[in-house]
Design a protein around this ligand. Structure first.
Ligand SMILES: Cc1cc2nc3c(=O)[nH]c(=O)nc-3n(C[C@H](O)[C@H](O)[C@H](O)COP(=O)(O)OP(=O)(O)OC[C@H]3O[C@@H](n4cnc5c(N)ncnc54)[C@H](O)[C@@H]3O)c2cc1C
Length: 264
């Protein structure tokens, strides 16, 4: 790992000022994705600006119709939050299935969303639930946010401050995980509410995507049986030695049916 300058700001303004003055700065939240990338020397920032000490990025607020989670809230905190569990139990359950206890205690919702790993769980949760990504300068709908593999519209100096979720009528997430890492080989969030009926898939493709055919079938009949015979095209999916595209397509159908059943 290359040497870098470490900054520990306690306000957003200080973080933005440090980034503005840096030659090639990077924000760091939990470090669970950034540090491995730096150790592999795939990134060598001149300055690492920690967001962990910024109080404004912490906290969870629920008002009956929305749940707003500060970007520096860890996966463990989302999992253990009574407010999240009451409003969106599928989200609390999903966060509890990320990685392992060390990852959940350090990794944050903001870091996971900014990193936009195609196998991460949060992209399916955000798109499936119709969430909004809030930054220090704008609001971006989840569907506009995840643009491709590790690709988002975030500017280099832009900070995610929170993620806002509408409370669904019902929702559930089902994941077939990589046994070593916990990352999704295929993960499906099914939700219905003001954002309509949504089926969002992570892990299987190069970016989270919705399955319109499944959404239409569920609109007519919200049951696992309604999804029988509906499959995603394996030609659009990732193929790797441990999971072929055809296998992932099969898993998407199975996970979607499990998620619908779990919606109750
Ligand atoms: C062993 C292991 C297993 C894992 N398993 C899973 C899994 O099963 N499911 C899953 O979804 N994820 C998994 N992860 C990833 C984990 O969830 C990470 O926590 C997450 O991807 C990054 O969050 P972080 O807070 O650590 O971000 P960091 O590593 O600190 O940052 C990641 C990137 O986001 C940027 N960033 C961070 N915060 C912000 C912000 N507020 N605004 C703008 N940019 C920001 C950073 O500059 C960096 O580019 C795993 C990771 C590991 C190491």
């Amino acid at each position: 790992m290359e040497n870098f300058e470490f900054h520990g700001p306690s306000t957003l303004d200080q973080a933005l000022a440090a980034m503005g003055a840096a030659e090639d700065g990077k924000f760091m939240a939990g470090g669970q994705s950034l540090l491995p990338v730096m150790k592999l020397e795939l990134a060598a920032p001149s300055d690492v600006i920690s967001l962990a000490g910024i109080e404004a990025l912490r906290g969870i607020e629920a008002d009956g119709t929305t749940v707003t989670i500060g970007s520096a809230v860890t996966h463990a905190e989302v999992h253990e939050s009574e407010a999240v569990r009451q409003a969106i139990p599928a989200l609390a359950d999903m966060a509890g299935g990320i990685g392992d206890p060390q990852v959940r205690n350090r990794g944050t919702i903001g870091g996971a969303v900014a990193h936009a790993d195609p196998a991460a769980d949060y992209p399916a949760a955000l798109v499936g639930l119709g969430a909004t990504v809030v930054t220090d300068r704008r609001e971006i709908s989840a569907e506009d946010f995840f643009q491709g593999m590790f690709d988002t519209p975030l500017e280099d100096d832009e900070i995610i401050t929170a993620v806002r979720f509408p409370v669904p009528e019902r929702a559930a997430y089902a994941k077939f995980a990589n046994q070593a890492s916990g990352y999704a080989i295929a993960g499906v969030m099914v939700a219905s509410g003001d954002a309509g009926i949504r089926v969002a898939v992570t892990g299987a493709g190069s970016c989270v995507f919705r399955v319109t055919a499944m959404e239409e079938a569920l609109a007519a009949d919200f049951s696992a049986a309604a999804l029988q015979g509906i499959a995603v095209d394996s030609g659009d999916l990732i193929s790797e030695p441990d999971a072929s595209a055809e296998y992932r397509a099969h898993l998407v159908s199975v996970m979607a049916r499990r998620a619908v059943e779990a919606c109750g």
